[in-house]
Design a protein around this ligand. Structure first.
Ligand code: F0G
Length: 463
């Protein structure tokens, strides 16, 4: 019998009890669907999509244990046993005494940053995720990204490209003054930076600097289990620790945490905000009650809280994270072997392709990332998301596009949803993409909204 380490096949550490048909379409149908969706995959119906890599958020397959717990949930308004279950699990993991359930991550962001934000405040992060930045800026505060410089080079190999630049942290705190800092936010793994991990040493240094200046240190912990796996494998001194203990240690370095449970808690909806400080918790509770719900359910039903409580344990069960991180890396490595320009090293939840390098013949103002997203759908019903000039581009006074730093395409992998043969099938589809590479044309926008245009914009191929 093989041991896990010498068998090259990734074993999914589960067997399948409930299945959902995979939508199958022909190339002709997909060309038509894409035209009807104005070349914007956000406007496709999921029934037209075979492999949905739009996001890893809220798209996990739940376990039989989660479904069983949901059946047994307590839907009481106040003091439900399902809330007590969730409280126990989150408290054991994070160590924070004050825990507020929310319907998803951005609700926790709105509450916390609504309290500690406001005009004149500055937030510092390895990279603010877009909802994080939006919630901070909505209060009138400023959000500044301070990733390490290695994190900005898509092909440079570094074990912890998600790290924060701690010299820049110290400099910014001194420049703005500690009392102007709303919070320092460490996002693990760094989603906007390519799903790259943050080391424990970096989290310790951030913690030290925040303590020295008496500044609030918040962890955005939605992928902290995946981050812990990388620490165990890449950081000296952690090889013999469990992923759970590594995550526990990291939580204890911060003063508060926000978690979208839609990622590493393996559920379809939910989140929480947790912290040490009682006065801050009181202020946040007031906002929670006004906008989300009473403190023992937030925006969640009892069954949602049960599913999160069970999922937060399951994510650390031996075998799961190995399967998870290996299968994301597997897709990335096979694409690299085909010569596809993939961001490296491969992050935890997604593979990012550099579309500008893949389609050098498509000018940046014709959105090479969107061209790749459209081709992925046409060749095999794959839905991915452009993370580039369509998502982040702005216009100058003359209406000329100011492109984003990179034009990437993200293939985010839902948890426990696709098998290795699905992924092998996807990898094989790239041969067709490579064959058709020279023929692919760019796109122009024919309709857009002033904010977050990528969700609803309409495009046309450039002829
Ligand atoms: N923080 C990070 C790092 C995230 O990746 C997300 C969501 C949030 C906060 C907000 O959580 O969606 O529950 O409100 N990321 C999703 C994605 C949307 O596709 O990467 P939420």
């Amino acid at each position: 019998m093989f041991t896990a380490s010498d068998n090259p096949v990734i074993i999914e550490p589960f067997k399948i009890k409930s299945v959902e048909p995979l939508p199958m379409t022909s190339r002709e149908e997909r060309e038509q669907y894409l035209q009807e969706a104005h070349y914007n995959p956000f406007l496709l119906h999921s029934s037209q999509v075979t492999f949905d890599f739009l996001t890893d958020s809220g798209t996990s397959a739940m376990s039989s244990a989660q479904w069983a717990a949901m059946m047994d949930a307590d839907e009481s308004y106040a003091g439900a046993k399902s809330w007590e279950h969730l409280y126990r699990v989150v408290n054991e993991l994070t160590g924070y005494p004050h825990i507020l359930p929310t319907h998803q991550g951005r609700a926790a962001e709105r509450i916390l940053y609504g309290v500690v934000g406001g005009k004149g405040k500055v937030f510092l992060s390895n990279t603010h995720f877009d909802t994080t930045r939006a919630n901070i800026e909505f209060t009138g505060a400023t959000a500044i990204d301070i990733p390490i410089k290695e994190g900005l080079d898509p092909f440079l190999i570094h074990p912890f490209k998600g790290n924060m630049d701690t010299e820049a942290l110290e400099k910014n705190i001194q420049q703005y003054g500690a009392s102007a800092i709303g919070a320092v936010i460490l996002t693990v793994t760094n989603n906007s930076g390519g799903g790259q991990p943050v080391s424990m040493a970096n989290a310790k240094e951030v913690s030290r600097i925040c303590k020295k200046h008496n500044v609030l240190f918040v962890l955005d912990a939605c992928r902290i289990a995946e981050n812990a796996y990388f620490i165990r494998h890449r950081e000296e001194g952690y090889a013999d620790q469990s992923d759970f203990d590594i995550a526990r240690e990291m939580f204890r370095l911060a003063d508060a945490a926000i978690m979208s449970a839609k990622k590493d808690a393996l559920v379809n909806m939910g989140g929480f905000l947790a912290m040490n400080d009682e006065k801050l918790a009181q202020q946040c509770s007031n906002l929670l009650i006004i906008t989300e719900g009473f403190t023992t359910y937030g925006g969640l039903s009892g069954r949602d809280m049960e599913a999160i409580a069970v999922g937060l344990k399951e994510v650390f069960v031996h075998g799961y994270l190995t399967y998870r991180i290996r299968s994301t890396a597997y897709l990335g490595e096979k694409l690299i072997a085909k010569g596809i320009p993939v961001m490296q090293p491969i992050g935890g939840h997604a593979v990012y392709i550099d579309a500008r390098t893949f389609y050098p013949n498509i000018p940046v103002d014709q959105y090479p990332g969107q061209a790749l997203v459209c081709e992925l759908y046409k060749v095999g019903g794959i839905r991915a998301v452009e993370v580039g000039s369509l998502m982040f581009g702005k216009y100058d006074e003359k209406g000329k596009l100011i492109p984003s730093a990179m034009d990437l395409v993200r293939l985010a992998i839902p948890r426990r949803v696709y098998t290795q043969s699905h992924i092998d099938y996807v990898i094989a589809l790239f041969d067709e993409l490579i064959r058709e590479k020279e023929k692919v044309k760019g796109y122009k926008i024919v309709f857009e909204t002033p904010l977050l245009r990528h969700f609803t914009c309409k495009l046309k191929p450039v002829i």
